[in-house]
Design a protein around this ligand. Structure first.
Ligand SMILES: NC(=O)c1ccc[n+]([C@@H]2O[C@H](COP(=O)([O-])OP(=O)(O)OC[C@H]3O[C@@H](n4cnc5c(N)ncnc54)[C@H](O)[C@@H]3O)[C@@H](O)[C@H]2O)c1
Ligand SMILES: [Zn+2]
Length: 358
């Protein structure tokens, strides 16, 4: 089993890879713990979780972006307060990134902070979001705009959960993890690209990618947990990606939107002479496999530029874009939303959405 610790300004926490969720729940949970669980997981893993759910209070939530909001979180808080949850009790989240964000947000504000444990069940949550302390929820149509930093006390990763993920969710997780490998180095990117086909069918290969993804992320969050400087490069693909998610009403899963976003960032980086076309092509060949079967041709350019202009990384009227100067050389660039930039986006939507490597 591969375990490690993450250093945090708030409190250090442990990540453990496990293979028996039932046993770990039995050993780790104590009186007063309150489980927040994705309804889908509750149903899919009935046999494994029934004993625990019979012994502990729990509340099921639907993993949908509109639920990751005040409107979604407040009834849960009401329920917790009314059902005996105290400051010395703990929240136990079992689910993907949405269950995580809702639980983390509540854990951080309820009684000025309560302890929480996390059992990530989606690939995205196992290979990315489970570490890093972020707790944001959505505010109306604006994604991840309200929240802070509040890590769990412990994270238990069981890759067996991934057996029930849909193909799209698996690819979303891989797309999300890919951005860490490109930010890290050419060697990491090449390894990811080589392992990708096997990772879709072999959980051991996938677990290796998860472990490396977390290792890369850990090395950044331990020096810039609050996302002021070094960590910001992990927004690579995300300004464009968030705009795609919200303009398609979350039809496109997060990591797939980020894959489109990385290609857009690379397209702009080629226009600016930062990378040769060949680097963009190498990444494009891979991201096309990730987003295969999805389409974003219904997005209107003016809505896209408007969504981009509301990104939280922007400074004044400048867009805070994360661009590419090569593997391991992803960086933040401030650029105006001028006619030239808008014409590049227009060109992207007009000419770049057909498969180029099919
Ligand atoms: N806090 C952070 O640092 C951070 C980082 C990245 C993403 N996020 C957020 O995470 C969310 C995306 O995460 P996600 O993709 O895990 O979303 P999610 O929680 O919605 O899970 C995706 C889908 O997979 C289902 N699912 C989860 N585990 C499953 C399993 N084992 N088997 C079958 N189905 C399963 C869920 O019910 C849901 O339908 C976004 O809201 C994003 O903003 C947060
Ligand atoms: Zn992401």
């Amino acid at each position: 089993m591969y375990n490690f610790k993450v250093k945090s300004i708030i409190h250090d926490y442990e990540v453990a890879f496990i293979d028996n969720t039932k046993e770990v729940l039995k050993n780790e949970l104590k009186e007063g713990d309150f489980i927040i669980i994705d309804n889908k997981i509750k149903e899919l893993y009935k046999d494994e979780l029934n004993d625990t759910l019979a012994s502990f209070q729990h509340i099921g939530i639907d993993a949908a972006e509109p639920k990751k909001s005040y409107q979604g979180a407040m009834p849960v808080i009401q329920y917790l307060i009314e059902n005996g949850f105290r400051k010395n009790h703990r929240l136990i989240a079992i689910g993907g990134g949405i269950t995580q964000d809702v639980t983390a947000f509540m854990a951080s504000i309820l009684y000025r902070g309560v302890d929480w444990y996390f059992f990530p069940t989606s690939l995205l949550a196992q290979g990315d979001s489970c570490i890093g302390s972020k707790t944001s929820i959505n505010f109306n149509e604006y994604k991840n705009l309200v929240g802070g930093f509040y890590p769990p006390n412990k994270i238990f990763i069981n890759p067996d959960f991934l057996n029930t993920l849909s193909d799209a969710e698996l690819k979303s997780g891989l797309g999300e993890m890919l951005h860490y490998f490109i930010v890290s180095s050419e060697e990491d990117f090449r390894r990811f690209k080589k392992d990708y086909p096997q990772a879709l069918v072999d959980k051991k290969v996938l677990a290796g990618i998860i472990a490396r993804s977390l290792e890369i992320k850990k090395s950044y969050i331990e020096i810039d947990e609050f996302d002021k400087k070094e960590r910001q490069v992990f927004n690579y693909g995300h300004s464009f990606g968030h705009a795609i998610e919200s303009l398609t009403n979350y039809r496109i899963p997060h990591g797939i939107a980020v894959s489109y976003g990385m290609d857009m960032s690379n397209f702009v980086s080629v226009k600016l002479g930062y990378i040769p076309q060949q680097v963009r092509n190498e990444v494009r060949e891979l991201v096309e496999k990730i987003w295969e079967g999805t389409t974003i041709t219904d997005i209107e350019l003016n809505k896209f530029t408007s969504a981009l202009s509301k990104d939280k990384k922007n400074i004044g009227k400048q867009l805070g874009l994360i661009l590419n100067k090569g593997y391991g050389k992803i960086f933040k660039d401030l650029r105006p939303m001028d006619d030239e930039f808008v014409s590049w986006l227009q060109e992207y939507f007009d000419t770049q959405l057909q498969p180029q490597f099919a």
